[in-house]
Design a protein around this ligand. Structure first.
Ligand SMILES: Nc1ncnc2c1ncn2[C@@H]1O[C@H](COP(=O)(O)OP(=O)(O)OP(=O)(O)O)[C@@H](O)[C@H]1O
Ligand SMILES: [Mg+2]
Length: 339
Protein backbone atom coordinates (compact mmCIF):
# COMPACT_ATOMS: atom_id res chain seq x y z
CA UNK A 1 0.00 0.00 0.00
CA UNK A 2 1.29 3.46 -0.83
CA UNK A 3 1.82 6.01 1.91
CA UNK A 4 -0.76 8.21 0.20
CA UNK A 5 -3.42 5.51 0.25
CA UNK A 6 -2.71 4.80 3.89
CA UNK A 7 -3.02 8.46 4.78
CA UNK A 8 -6.31 8.76 2.91
CA UNK A 9 -7.64 5.68 4.65
CA UNK A 10 -6.88 7.00 8.11
CA UNK A 11 -8.29 10.46 7.55
CA UNK A 12 -11.16 9.84 5.17
CA UNK A 13 -12.78 6.63 6.34
CA UNK A 14 -13.09 6.58 10.11
CA UNK A 15 -16.62 5.18 9.80
CA UNK A 16 -15.65 1.77 8.46
CA UNK A 17 -13.01 0.35 10.77
CA UNK A 18 -12.30 -3.33 10.70
CA UNK A 19 -13.13 -3.84 7.06
CA UNK A 20 -10.41 -4.78 4.62
CA UNK A 21 -11.75 -2.53 1.88
CA UNK A 22 -11.71 0.77 3.71
CA UNK A 23 -8.85 2.23 1.69
CA UNK A 24 -10.42 1.17 -1.59
CA UNK A 25 -12.13 3.68 -3.81
CA UNK A 26 -13.52 0.97 -5.98
CA UNK A 27 -13.86 -2.76 -5.96
CA UNK A 28 -15.26 -4.64 -8.94
CA UNK A 29 -15.62 -8.33 -8.37
CA UNK A 30 -16.74 -10.77 -11.07
CA UNK A 31 -18.89 -8.26 -12.95
CA UNK A 32 -20.80 -9.72 -15.89
CA UNK A 33 -23.13 -7.87 -18.21
CA UNK A 34 -25.10 -8.86 -21.29
CA UNK A 35 -27.25 -6.25 -23.06
CA UNK A 36 -30.93 -7.12 -23.57
CA UNK A 37 -30.24 -7.92 -27.26
CA UNK A 38 -27.86 -10.70 -26.17
CA UNK A 39 -24.55 -8.84 -26.68
CA UNK A 40 -22.18 -9.85 -23.90
CA UNK A 41 -20.15 -6.76 -23.04
CA UNK A 42 -18.48 -7.76 -19.75
CA UNK A 43 -17.32 -11.14 -18.51
CA UNK A 44 -15.82 -11.83 -15.08
CA UNK A 45 -14.41 -8.33 -14.72
CA UNK A 46 -12.50 -7.90 -11.46
CA UNK A 47 -10.14 -5.19 -10.22
CA UNK A 48 -9.62 -2.87 -7.28
CA UNK A 49 -8.62 0.78 -7.22
CA UNK A 50 -7.21 2.37 -4.08
CA UNK A 51 -8.11 5.85 -2.97
CA UNK A 52 -5.90 8.42 -4.64
CA UNK A 53 -4.84 6.15 -7.48
CA UNK A 54 -5.17 7.30 -11.06
CA UNK A 55 -5.83 4.55 -13.52
CA UNK A 56 -6.11 4.53 -17.29
CA UNK A 57 -8.67 2.10 -18.66
CA UNK A 58 -7.82 1.12 -22.21
CA UNK A 59 -9.17 -1.36 -24.72
CA UNK A 60 -10.22 -1.54 -28.36
CA UNK A 61 -13.59 -0.29 -29.66
CA UNK A 62 -16.38 -2.43 -28.30
CA UNK A 63 -14.23 -3.75 -25.42
CA UNK A 64 -16.85 -2.83 -22.81
CA UNK A 65 -15.14 0.25 -21.35
CA UNK A 66 -18.20 2.51 -21.50
CA UNK A 67 -20.41 -0.34 -20.33
CA UNK A 68 -18.15 -0.84 -17.32
CA UNK A 69 -18.25 2.88 -16.54
CA UNK A 70 -22.04 2.89 -16.47
CA UNK A 71 -21.90 0.17 -13.81
CA UNK A 72 -19.70 2.28 -11.53
CA UNK A 73 -22.55 4.54 -10.42
CA UNK A 74 -25.33 2.03 -10.83
CA UNK A 75 -26.84 3.43 -14.05
CA UNK A 76 -26.50 -0.05 -15.55
CA UNK A 77 -27.12 -3.09 -13.42
CA UNK A 78 -28.59 -6.53 -13.75
CA UNK A 79 -29.13 -9.60 -11.62
CA UNK A 80 -25.69 -10.82 -12.76
CA UNK A 81 -24.02 -7.67 -11.47
CA UNK A 82 -25.65 -7.44 -8.05
CA UNK A 83 -23.05 -6.71 -5.39
CA UNK A 84 -20.27 -6.80 -7.97
CA UNK A 85 -19.37 -3.12 -7.59
CA UNK A 86 -18.38 -1.48 -4.32
CA UNK A 87 -17.74 2.25 -4.13
CA UNK A 88 -15.80 3.55 -1.11
CA UNK A 89 -16.36 0.28 0.69
CA UNK A 90 -20.10 -0.04 0.04
CA UNK A 91 -21.93 -2.07 -2.57
CA UNK A 92 -24.05 0.00 -4.95
CA UNK A 93 -27.68 -0.08 -3.93
CA UNK A 94 -29.80 0.37 -7.08
CA UNK A 95 -32.41 2.12 -4.91
CA UNK A 96 -29.88 4.74 -3.84
CA UNK A 97 -28.40 5.65 -7.22
CA UNK A 98 -29.30 9.31 -6.60
CA UNK A 99 -26.75 9.38 -3.76
CA UNK A 100 -23.90 8.25 -5.99
CA UNK A 101 -22.81 11.63 -7.47
CA UNK A 102 -21.25 12.67 -4.16
CA UNK A 103 -19.02 9.61 -4.26
CA UNK A 104 -18.33 9.16 -7.95
CA UNK A 105 -18.75 11.54 -10.87
CA UNK A 106 -18.89 10.10 -14.35
CA UNK A 107 -18.19 11.96 -17.56
CA UNK A 108 -19.92 10.07 -20.38
CA UNK A 109 -18.34 9.47 -23.77
CA UNK A 110 -21.06 11.53 -25.49
CA UNK A 111 -21.47 15.00 -23.92
CA UNK A 112 -24.99 15.23 -25.40
CA UNK A 113 -25.97 12.64 -22.78
CA UNK A 114 -24.96 15.11 -20.06
CA UNK A 115 -26.21 18.44 -21.35
CA UNK A 116 -29.98 18.69 -21.37
CA UNK A 117 -30.86 22.05 -19.80
CA UNK A 118 -31.48 25.21 -21.84
CA UNK A 119 -28.46 27.12 -20.51
CA UNK A 120 -25.03 25.88 -19.58
CA UNK A 121 -25.39 27.41 -16.10
CA UNK A 122 -28.35 25.10 -15.41
CA UNK A 123 -26.47 22.04 -16.62
CA UNK A 124 -23.45 22.72 -14.41
CA UNK A 125 -25.67 23.76 -11.46
CA UNK A 126 -27.93 20.71 -11.80
CA UNK A 127 -25.77 18.30 -9.79
CA UNK A 128 -24.95 20.63 -6.88
CA UNK A 129 -28.61 21.74 -6.63
CA UNK A 130 -29.68 18.10 -6.42
CA UNK A 131 -27.11 17.56 -3.68
CA UNK A 132 -28.95 20.27 -1.72
CA UNK A 133 -26.16 22.82 -1.85
CA UNK A 134 -27.23 26.41 -1.17
CA UNK A 135 -27.62 28.91 -3.98
CA UNK A 136 -24.55 31.11 -3.53
CA UNK A 137 -22.29 28.08 -3.20
CA UNK A 138 -23.86 26.57 -6.34
CA UNK A 139 -23.09 29.77 -8.26
CA UNK A 140 -19.52 29.73 -7.03
CA UNK A 141 -19.07 26.09 -8.00
CA UNK A 142 -20.49 26.70 -11.48
CA UNK A 143 -18.13 29.63 -11.98
CA UNK A 144 -15.09 27.70 -10.72
CA UNK A 145 -15.86 24.58 -12.75
CA UNK A 146 -16.37 26.54 -15.96
CA UNK A 147 -13.16 28.46 -15.31
CA UNK A 148 -11.28 25.20 -14.76
CA UNK A 149 -12.37 23.75 -18.12
CA UNK A 150 -11.69 27.00 -19.97
CA UNK A 151 -15.32 28.05 -20.38
CA UNK A 152 -15.30 31.05 -18.03
CA UNK A 153 -18.26 33.30 -18.68
CA UNK A 154 -20.20 30.67 -20.66
CA UNK A 155 -23.02 30.49 -18.05
CA UNK A 156 -25.65 31.96 -20.35
CA UNK A 157 -24.67 30.04 -23.48
CA UNK A 158 -27.12 27.50 -24.90
CA UNK A 159 -25.63 24.07 -24.12
CA UNK A 160 -26.67 22.34 -27.32
CA UNK A 161 -25.22 25.15 -29.44
CA UNK A 162 -21.71 24.61 -28.11
CA UNK A 163 -19.03 23.16 -30.39
CA UNK A 164 -17.94 19.52 -30.01
CA UNK A 165 -14.89 20.33 -27.90
CA UNK A 166 -16.79 22.92 -25.84
CA UNK A 167 -19.51 20.35 -25.11
CA UNK A 168 -16.90 17.87 -23.91
CA UNK A 169 -15.45 20.49 -21.58
CA UNK A 170 -18.92 21.52 -20.41
CA UNK A 171 -19.70 17.87 -19.62
CA UNK A 172 -16.55 17.70 -17.49
CA UNK A 173 -17.64 20.88 -15.66
CA UNK A 174 -21.01 19.28 -14.76
CA UNK A 175 -19.07 16.63 -12.85
CA UNK A 176 -16.41 18.90 -11.32
CA UNK A 177 -19.15 21.10 -9.84
CA UNK A 178 -20.25 18.17 -7.65
CA UNK A 179 -16.73 17.72 -6.27
CA UNK A 180 -16.96 13.91 -6.12
CA UNK A 181 -14.29 11.81 -4.42
CA UNK A 182 -13.84 9.58 -7.48
CA UNK A 183 -13.93 10.94 -11.02
CA UNK A 184 -14.32 8.64 -14.00
CA UNK A 185 -14.07 10.04 -17.50
CA UNK A 186 -14.85 8.39 -20.82
CA UNK A 187 -12.48 9.71 -23.50
CA UNK A 188 -11.92 13.14 -21.92
CA UNK A 189 -9.48 14.31 -24.62
CA UNK A 190 -11.61 13.22 -27.60
CA UNK A 191 -12.57 16.19 -29.82
CA UNK A 192 -10.15 18.49 -28.04
CA UNK A 193 -7.81 20.84 -29.89
CA UNK A 194 -4.14 20.59 -28.82
CA UNK A 195 -4.31 23.51 -26.36
CA UNK A 196 -7.54 22.26 -24.77
CA UNK A 197 -6.08 18.76 -24.57
CA UNK A 198 -2.96 20.09 -22.83
CA UNK A 199 -5.10 22.20 -20.47
CA UNK A 200 -7.26 19.19 -19.67
CA UNK A 201 -4.22 17.05 -18.90
CA UNK A 202 -3.12 19.78 -16.47
CA UNK A 203 -6.59 19.77 -14.83
CA UNK A 204 -6.44 16.00 -14.40
CA UNK A 205 -2.93 16.25 -12.93
CA UNK A 206 -4.21 18.85 -10.45
CA UNK A 207 -7.15 16.67 -9.43
CA UNK A 208 -4.73 13.79 -9.00
CA UNK A 209 -2.41 15.87 -6.80
CA UNK A 210 -5.44 16.88 -4.70
CA UNK A 211 -5.92 13.21 -3.90
CA UNK A 212 -8.92 12.49 -6.11
CA UNK A 213 -9.21 8.98 -7.45
CA UNK A 214 -9.24 9.08 -11.24
CA UNK A 215 -10.36 6.53 -13.80
CA UNK A 216 -9.64 7.67 -17.31
CA UNK A 217 -10.84 5.78 -20.35
CA UNK A 218 -8.70 6.83 -23.27
CA UNK A 219 -7.35 5.92 -26.68
CA UNK A 220 -4.87 8.80 -26.24
CA UNK A 221 -1.86 6.63 -25.29
CA UNK A 222 0.55 9.56 -25.38
CA UNK A 223 -1.39 11.20 -22.54
CA UNK A 224 -1.36 8.14 -20.29
CA UNK A 225 2.17 8.35 -18.81
CA UNK A 226 1.44 11.85 -17.52
CA UNK A 227 -1.93 10.94 -16.07
CA UNK A 228 -1.93 7.39 -14.83
CA UNK A 229 0.18 5.35 -12.43
CA UNK A 230 -1.55 2.23 -13.57
CA UNK A 231 -3.17 0.85 -16.71
CA UNK A 232 -5.98 -1.68 -16.93
CA UNK A 233 -6.54 -3.30 -20.32
CA UNK A 234 -10.10 -4.43 -20.89
CA UNK A 235 -11.35 -6.69 -23.64
CA UNK A 236 -14.65 -7.95 -22.23
CA UNK A 237 -12.54 -9.05 -19.29
CA UNK A 238 -9.37 -7.63 -17.72
CA UNK A 239 -6.49 -8.88 -19.90
CA UNK A 240 -3.76 -6.82 -18.23
CA UNK A 241 -3.45 -4.74 -15.08
CA UNK A 242 -0.18 -3.22 -13.92
CA UNK A 243 1.92 -0.10 -13.61
CA UNK A 244 1.95 2.07 -16.72
CA UNK A 245 5.48 0.90 -17.43
CA UNK A 246 4.66 -2.79 -16.98
CA UNK A 247 1.68 -2.64 -19.31
CA UNK A 248 3.51 -0.66 -22.00
CA UNK A 249 6.39 -3.13 -21.84
CA UNK A 250 4.10 -5.86 -23.18
CA UNK A 251 3.96 -4.78 -26.82
CA UNK A 252 2.75 -8.19 -27.96
CA UNK A 253 -0.32 -8.10 -25.73
CA UNK A 254 -1.10 -4.47 -26.62
CA UNK A 255 -0.81 -4.88 -30.37
CA UNK A 256 -2.87 -8.09 -30.24
CA UNK A 257 -5.54 -6.05 -28.46
CA UNK A 258 -5.34 -3.37 -31.17
CA UNK A 259 -3.56 -0.89 -28.89
CA UNK A 260 -0.37 1.13 -28.93
CA UNK A 261 2.47 2.32 -26.74
CA UNK A 262 3.42 6.04 -26.62
CA UNK A 263 5.14 7.28 -29.79
CA UNK A 264 8.18 8.48 -27.84
CA UNK A 265 8.68 4.97 -26.47
CA UNK A 266 8.63 3.49 -29.99
CA UNK A 267 11.06 6.16 -31.15
CA UNK A 268 13.56 5.38 -28.39
CA UNK A 269 13.35 1.71 -29.28
CA UNK A 270 14.28 2.71 -32.84
CA UNK A 271 17.17 4.75 -31.41
CA UNK A 272 18.31 1.60 -29.60
CA UNK A 273 18.62 -0.10 -32.98
CA UNK A 274 20.97 2.73 -33.97
CA UNK A 275 23.07 1.92 -30.91
CA UNK A 276 21.59 4.36 -28.40
CA UNK A 277 22.28 2.92 -24.93
CA UNK A 278 18.98 2.80 -23.11
CA UNK A 279 17.92 0.25 -20.50
CA UNK A 280 14.57 1.79 -19.64
CA UNK A 281 12.59 3.32 -22.50
CA UNK A 282 11.12 6.77 -21.73
CA UNK A 283 7.31 6.96 -21.87
CA UNK A 284 6.90 10.73 -22.24
CA UNK A 285 8.69 13.73 -23.75
CA UNK A 286 9.84 14.77 -20.26
CA UNK A 287 11.16 11.27 -19.66
CA UNK A 288 12.94 11.40 -23.02
CA UNK A 289 14.65 14.69 -22.16
CA UNK A 290 15.83 13.25 -18.82
CA UNK A 291 17.01 10.10 -20.56
CA UNK A 292 18.97 11.99 -23.25
CA UNK A 293 20.49 14.32 -20.66
CA UNK A 294 21.64 11.37 -18.58
CA UNK A 295 23.01 9.49 -21.57
CA UNK A 296 24.89 12.51 -22.92
CA UNK A 297 26.35 13.24 -19.48
CA UNK A 298 27.44 9.62 -19.11
CA UNK A 299 29.01 9.82 -22.58
CA UNK A 300 31.06 12.87 -21.61
CA UNK A 301 29.00 15.21 -23.73
CA UNK A 302 28.24 12.92 -26.65
CA UNK A 303 25.83 10.24 -27.78
CA UNK A 304 27.24 7.70 -30.14
CA UNK A 305 24.88 6.39 -32.83
CA UNK A 306 25.87 4.16 -35.73
CA UNK A 307 24.62 2.24 -38.73
CA UNK A 308 25.81 -1.33 -39.02
CA UNK A 309 24.93 -4.05 -41.48
CA UNK A 310 21.86 -5.13 -39.51
CA UNK A 311 20.72 -1.74 -38.22
CA UNK A 312 17.86 -1.22 -40.63
CA UNK A 313 16.64 -4.77 -40.19
CA UNK A 314 16.50 -4.08 -36.45
CA UNK A 315 14.71 -0.79 -37.07
CA UNK A 316 12.19 -2.58 -39.28
CA UNK A 317 11.73 -5.28 -36.67
CA UNK A 318 11.03 -2.63 -34.03
CA UNK A 319 8.50 -0.85 -36.22
CA UNK A 320 6.86 -4.15 -37.17
CA UNK A 321 6.38 -4.99 -33.52
CA UNK A 322 4.03 -2.03 -33.15
CA UNK A 323 2.51 -2.29 -36.59
CA UNK A 324 -1.19 -3.02 -36.80
CA UNK A 325 -1.86 -3.66 -40.48
CA UNK A 326 -0.36 -6.63 -42.29
CA UNK A 327 1.50 -4.51 -44.83
CA UNK A 328 5.21 -4.52 -44.17
CA UNK A 329 7.17 -1.28 -44.17
CA UNK A 330 10.07 -0.94 -46.56
CA UNK A 331 11.09 2.68 -46.14
CA UNK A 332 14.69 1.78 -45.46
CA UNK A 333 15.25 -0.50 -48.43
CA UNK A 334 17.26 2.12 -50.34
CA UNK A 335 19.57 2.64 -47.37
CA UNK A 336 20.26 -1.02 -46.74
CA UNK A 337 23.85 -2.05 -46.97
CA UNK A 338 24.60 -4.60 -49.67
CA UNK A 339 25.41 -7.99 -48.21
N1 LIG B 1 -27.32 -0.43 -25.66
C1 LIG B 1 -26.68 -1.47 -26.19
N2 LIG B 1 -27.32 -2.54 -26.66
C2 LIG B 1 -26.69 -3.59 -27.19
N3 LIG B 1 -25.34 -3.68 -27.27
C3 LIG B 1 -24.63 -2.63 -26.83
C4 LIG B 1 -25.24 -1.48 -26.28
N4 LIG B 1 -24.29 -0.61 -25.92
C5 LIG B 1 -23.12 -1.19 -26.24
N5 LIG B 1 -23.32 -2.42 -26.79
C6 LIG B 1 -22.30 -3.38 -27.23
O1 LIG B 1 -21.52 -3.77 -26.10
C7 LIG B 1 -20.15 -3.89 -26.45
C8 LIG B 1 -19.32 -2.97 -25.58
O2 LIG B 1 -19.63 -1.63 -25.90
P1 LIG B 1 -18.96 -0.39 -25.18
O3 LIG B 1 -19.67 0.83 -25.65
O4 LIG B 1 -18.94 -0.64 -23.72
O5 LIG B 1 -17.47 -0.45 -25.76
P2 LIG B 1 -16.24 0.57 -25.55
O6 LIG B 1 -15.10 -0.23 -25.01
O7 LIG B 1 -16.69 1.73 -24.76
O8 LIG B 1 -15.89 0.98 -27.05
P3 LIG B 1 -15.40 2.39 -27.69
O9 LIG B 1 -13.90 2.45 -27.57
O10 LIG B 1 -15.82 2.25 -29.12
O11 LIG B 1 -16.11 3.50 -26.99
C9 LIG B 1 -20.05 -3.59 -27.92
O12 LIG B 1 -20.06 -4.80 -28.62
C10 LIG B 1 -21.32 -2.79 -28.20
O13 LIG B 1 -21.74 -2.98 -29.54
MG1 LIG C 1 -16.91 3.69 -25.18
Amino acid sequence: MTAKATGAAITASPSTPGTENFSLALRVHDLNYTYPDGTTALEHVSFEIKKGESVALVGPNGAGKSTLLLHLNGILHSTGSRGAVEILGEPIDPKKVHEMPKKIGIVFQDPDDMLFMPLLFDDVAFGPINLGIEKEEVKRRVKDSLLLVGLAGYETRVSHHLSGGEKKRAAIATVLSMDPEIIAMDEPTANMDPKSRADLIEILKTLKSEGKTLIIITHDVNAIPELADRVIVLKKTVIADGTTREVFADAGMLVAAGLDVPTIMQFFEVLQAFGYPCDVLPLSIDGAVDNLTQTIENGEGHVHLHIHKHTHREVDATLCKYHHSHHRHHHHAALDHPE
